[in-house]
Structures are given as structure tokens and as C-alpha cells.
Ligand binder design. Structure first.
Ligand code: 13P
Ligand code: SF4
Length: 342
């Protein structure tokens, strides 16, 4: 697998050598101005990162922002496949990721050599790949999708077109059902959504009979079957802040609740439970690797930085660009947040 992350040089400032008295927020703001940087953050990032970001969004909105920004640097607070998308779409920009180990279990589950062999078994099939995969797997795919646009993109394809979907088997099963299509599905899962527990969820729903359940389609069917709403992180945010009702159970990474509380402080949001009913399992350990100090150091050192061979970038760009061309327009989520809160 090609390593797309360039480490900081030996002369770079490290966390150990960082002056503990500096105001990290002020320093990030200074670098943002001096380096003409934009800070993009996924909803799963820690609240302080969401708060300092120029834009907070789901995978699709973040890709769009990365494609259209005129900044010289993109500080991508999310996981590696998201920062790779930013680099694929904006090759002339410096794209930094606060922690090089911020990966994704779905990406890990689908190694390019294995995916290539899987594809070869189905020569007549079109390969739709969920954006949560490596640049190399994207380069082996026909169209990339996110949870926000997958259904609409599939609906635009001819009914007789045979499909492969990877790497998330729960999202694949959900899409196969929603679009009424047979698909050959790669068996990967998200370690976060996989851990929600149906029995504990039902107990929580019984204790809160008026609470609506919003779930991400990476959840297993045993969770999705109880949901009042299923959608991408942005769609979940919209549902719980605009639909009727005051109590919501949120079946996705729980840092998104920060954004929900900012927009709708009068509502109650509960993280969906895991197996023992109290566990902290709705936390993505990859997303949690990023913090404010690492963000500052990445902007200062311009590393960890995403770089990839140009031929790989061009091969991955093709299915990613197809996705953007086939995606319905969506509102700017920070704007949407403001208008909902007003
Ligand atoms: P979204 O595209 O809904 O933001 O999801 C990304 C993700 O990694 C979910 O686990
Ligand atoms: Fe990957 Fe799951 Fe983390 Fe999303 S929540 S980045 S799918 S491991």
C-alpha cells in the first residue's frame, strides 16, 4: 500500500519541545492568517477543533469545500482518507493532517491488492466505493459515494447495471434494500457503528418513549430497523435540530452532539448505547487522535502532509469527480446551522 503521508523533518518542532505557556488557539489563528490556511473539520472531531474550524461538515461537504477553497493550505481535521480526498481535489495546496495515524477501520479492511482481485471476479460490474477507503482503492473504482449521496447516485444508474459496493457491508446492505438492487458487497465494518447494541438501545427507547432515533447507515440493520431517520452526519444534524420533538437518540460518533447542542440548545441528545449500556463506544479512536496541539504543529511544520504520485491522484480523481458531478447540491452546513439557530 502506498504511504501518502509525509512526516515532518528532523528539524521540526515536536510536542515535547512545545512551549507549555503558549496560547494554542491564538497561535493556530496566527498561522491561519500567515499561511492563508483553511481549517476543515469533520463532525466527529473534539469540540474545540470544531469551534476553531472555518467549516464543519460531513464527508461530502468537506470534499466540496476542499475542491473550491482558494486557501494555500488545508488543515484537515478528520481522518486520512478525507485529507487524501482534499489533496486529490486540490493538488496545488498543502494538505496537512494533525495525526498521521488517524485512519479508519473501513479503509484498513480493504487493501488495494485484495480489492483488485475482488473486482476481477465481477468483470461486468461497476464498482461503487464508499469514500471511506484509500486513494488506491478509489483509483480501482468507477464512482465514489458518501452516505449523503449514495442512494441518489445509484438511482441515476441504469437498472440493469450490475454493482459492486465496498467497503462497508452495513451501508451496502442498507443501500441494496433502499434502491432495490442486488450488489456484491465487500465485508468491511466501522468499529464505532458496529458496537451499538440493540438490546441496550431498546431499553433506552423504553425509558424515553418520546425520543426519536437518528442513525448513520454504517450501523447494523439491528439498529437501523428502530430508526426514525437514517442519513449522513449532516442529514442527522438537520433531522435532530429541525424535526418536531425535544429528545433524540443519536446513533453515530458522539462528538457530533456538540454541533447539535450549539444549534438546538433547548433539545436533549443522547448517544446510542453499546453492549454494557454505559460504554464510551461511540467514540472513533482514529478521529480522537487529532488535538489542538497537533493541529498547531501540523500547520507550523507543514507535516504530516498528504502527498501522492500524480498518476495515482489522477486515477483516484476520476471516480471522485464523477461523484461530485452526480451529487445533488447541498446547503453550506455552517450557514444552515446559523439559520436553524436564529
Ligand atoms: P459522513 O459522510 O456521514 O460524514 O460519515 C463519515 C464517517 O466516517 C462515518 O463514520
Ligand atoms: Fe472510520 Fe468508523 Fe471512524 Fe468513521 S467512525 S472514520 S467509519 S472508523
Amino acid at each position: 500500500m502506498i504511504d501518502t503521508v509525509v512526516e515532518a523533518g528532523s528539524d521540526a518542532l515536536t510536542a515535547d519541545a512545545l512551549d507549555p505557556f503558549i496560547d494554542i488557539e491564538e497561535e493556530i489563528n496566527r498561522l491561519r492568517r500567515e499561511k492563508n490556511a483553511v481549517i476543515l473539520a469533520h463532525y466527529y472531531q473534539a469540540p474545540e477543533i470544531q469551534d476553531i474550524a472555518d467549516f464543519v461538515g460531513d464527508s461530502l461537504d468537506l470534499s466540496r469545500k476542499a475542491a473550491e477553497t482558494d486557501a494555500d493550505m488545508i488543515a484537515f481535521c478528520g481522518v486520512k482518507f478525507m485529507a487524501e480526498c482534499a489533496k486529490i481535489l486540490s493538488p496545488q495546496k498543502v494538505v496537512v493532517l494533525p495525526d498521521r495515524e488517524a485512519g479508519c477501520s473501513l479503509e484498513d479492511s480493504c487493501q488495494p491488492e485484495d480489492f483488485k482481485m475482488f473486482r476481477e471476479n465481477f468483470p461486468e460490474h461497476m464498482a461503487l466505493s464508499y469514500v471511506n477507503c484509500s486513494a488506491e482503492v478509489k483509483a480501482l473504482s468507477d464512482i465514489i459515494v458518501t452516505s449523503s449521496n449514495a442512494k441518489s447516485i445509484i438511482d441515476q444508474l441504469p437498472r440493469d447495471q450490475k454493482l459492486i459496493f465496498g467497503p462497508d457491508r452495513h451501508l451496502g446492505a442498507y443501500l441494496a434494500k433502499e434502491t432495490d438492487r442486488d450488489m456484491e458487497i465487500w465485508p468491511g465494518t466501522c468499529i464505532v457503528h458496529e458496537q451499538f447494541n440493540e438490546r441496550e438501545l431498546v431499553k433506552l427507547m423504553v425509558r424515553h418513549p418520546n425520543a426519536a432515533l437518528s442513525a448513520h447507515p454504517e450501523c447494523p440493520e439491528s439498529i437501523l430497523k428502530h430508526a426514525d431517520h437514517v442519513g449522513s452526519t449532516r442529514s442527522m444534524l438537520e433531522f435532530v435540530t429541525t424535526s418536531e420533538g425535544k429528545e433524540f437518540i443519536v446513533a453515530t460518533e458522539q462528538q457530533i452532539i456538540h454541533q447539535m447542542e450549539l444549534i438546538a440548545p433547548d433539545r436533549t441528545f443522547m448517544a446510542a448505547p453499546g453492549a454494557d449500556g454505559t460504554c464510551n463506544c461511540a467514540n472513533c479512536p482514529f478521529m480522537a487522535l487529532n488535538d489542538m496541539e497537533k493541529l498547531y504543529l501540523a500547520m507550523l511544520n507543514e507535516a504530516p502532509r498528504i502527498e501522492m504520485p500524480e498518476d495515482l491522484r489522477l486515477r483516484a480523481l476520476e471516480p471522485l469527480q464523477k461523484m461530485l458531478d452526480l451529487s445533488p447540491a447541498t446547503p453550506d452546513s455552517k450557514q444552515a446551522s446559523k439559520s436553524v439557530a436564529a
